[in-house]
Design a binder for this molecule. Structure first.
Ligand code: ADP
Ligand code: MG
Length: 416
């Protein structure tokens, strides 16, 4: 007679097999058809492309022809003989070649921004990916952005580009953080194959449909991180895992990016602390509903004590914290009461962004289609036109305000 334990062991083996299929999961979430469509949605015609480069059409066309001749870029898409479609990839390659200014010319220290709130479903991930994509799409800035998903239940992998011929299986930030201490798993296999930690890490970061936006995904097995951290702590009294994200990942990739966003789950645990330890700034999204505000203010009240107790440097690395109201009802100002109360409570230290993100079916439609609100075109009819129209002024203001804010917090890198 089999016992429950035997059955559970069998179930475990079955689930292990399922977990081998991460790559397939990603491919399923985004098909090539979707990607091609989204890439086209972002493409610029000749006039817009010339404008983005600060040139007139004739000069720009001459430069384009030269770039193609020199092999800087491939020929662009040509839906018909007289129209040209410049994808974002073309635009980045051209603008780099033309030596147009970009954010990294300013030589700022990389911002590592943790989107956090212990309340689930408050719009953390949506806010984070909207900000990351919105900032990446500013061709005048050409920020290089990395999003690291640290929520085991996270879904930011929906934005990866699944390359069919991709040699690597998919590793998560947690796989890479724990890799050297674990006796088996993909990370160990790659080490055995002679790859270095840096090589494994860099190959695990994925491109997205926006060329300057990259993602390091999460999967549900990442839950094991906090257990590993506590088991180590029980044995040694040392909570060394809290330092792993910074030491094993951020330090190795930060020179490649201008902004690194960290998305965390609605938890208080070592994985979330590792994000806090690695961060230079904290973004606290919340929906202005009574219960959300209550738990957000509770979170803010407890935060300094938690940082002092759990972080090796007592949170001194975190230079700023900003609360952002999201998912706000714009039509009938239903959220006005809670929004005003939260603004009043946070006014003393300019703790809150004046801009807010509004509620719109466009965010739901984007989530269902594994893309961001910026990837949708009206003709696709994924949501009512007016739902797309209504977010544009709000996202424009928010992206602008956020960019100005991080610029104001930027520090020029010290000479080495
Ligand atoms: N501004 C918004 N308008 C409409 N729906 C939203 C908005 N922001 C988030 N949502 C939806 O709310 C749900 C929770 O959002 P999510 O970003 O996953 O929250 P969290 O990361 O805090 O758990 C998702 O279904 C998401 O699509
Ligand atoms: Mg989330």
């Amino acid at each position: 007679m089999t016992t429950l334990i035997d059955d559970l062991l069998k179930l475990g083996q079955h689930l292990d097999k399922k977990n081998e299929e991460r790559y397939k999961a990603v491919s399923k979430e985004r098909t090539f058809h979707d990607i091609e469509r989204i890439i086209k949605n972002h493409a610029l015609n000749m006039v817009a492309a010339a404008k983005a480069c600060g040139m007139n059409r004739v000069t720009f066309k001459a430069k384009y022809d030269e770039a193609v001749k020199l092999g800087v870029i491939d020929e662009v898409l040509k839906p018909n003989s007289s129209s040209y479609l410049f994808t974002l990839k073309h635009m980045h390659a051209l603008m780099d070649w033309l030596k147009l200014p970009k954010w990294s010319d300013k030589n700022y220290e990389t911002h590592v921004i943790n989107s956090q709130n212990q309340k689930g479903g408050t719009g953390k991930s949506t806010t984070l990916i909207t900000l990351a994509a919105g900032l990446s799409l500013l061709l005048g800035e050409r920020l290089k952005i990395l999003v690291i998903d640290l929520d085991p239940q996270g879904s930011l992998r929906k934005y990866l580009l699944p390359h069919q011929e991709y040699a690597f299986d998919i590793l998560t930030a947690v796989d890479i953080m724990l890799g050297e201490d674990e006796s088996d798993g993909l990370y160990q296999e790659y080490l055995d194959d002679g790859l270095s930690h840096e090589e494994i890490l860099k190959s695990s970061i994925h491109e997205t449909h926006i060329p300057n936006l990259h993602v390091l995904p999460s999967f549900s097995e990442d839950e094991r991180f906090s257990q590993a951290a506590w088991m180590h702590f029980a044995k040694t009294g040392d909570l060394k895992h809290v330092k792993l994200l910074k030491e094993k990942i951020i330090n190795s990739v930060k020179d490649d990016y201008d902004v690194i966003f960290l998305d965390t789950g609605p938890h208080i645990n070592p994985l979330v602390w590792s994000a806090q330890y690695a961060s230079t700034g904290m973004l606290v999204p919340f929906s202005p509903k009574e219960l959300d505000w209550h738990s957000t203010s509770q979170f803010l009240r407890n935060l300094p004590h938690q940082l002092m107790q759990t972080l090796p440097n007592k949170g001194e690395n975190i230079e700023w914290l900003k609360v952002l109201a999201t998912n706000c009802n714009a039509e009938f100002n239903r959220d006005q009461k809670v929004l005003s109360a939260s603004r009043e409570a946070l006014a003393s230290g300019e703790w809150m962004f004046p801009a807010r993100m509004i509620n719109s079916q466009a965010f739901e439609a984007a989530a269902q289609n594994n893309c961001t609100v910026f990837d949708i075109k009206k003709v696709e009819k994924l949501c009512p036109d007016k739902q797309l129209d209504k977010i544009k002024p709000y996202t424009d203001i928010l992206i602008n305000e956020f960019l100005g804010f991080i610029e104001s917090k930027s520090k020029v890198k010290a000479d080495e």
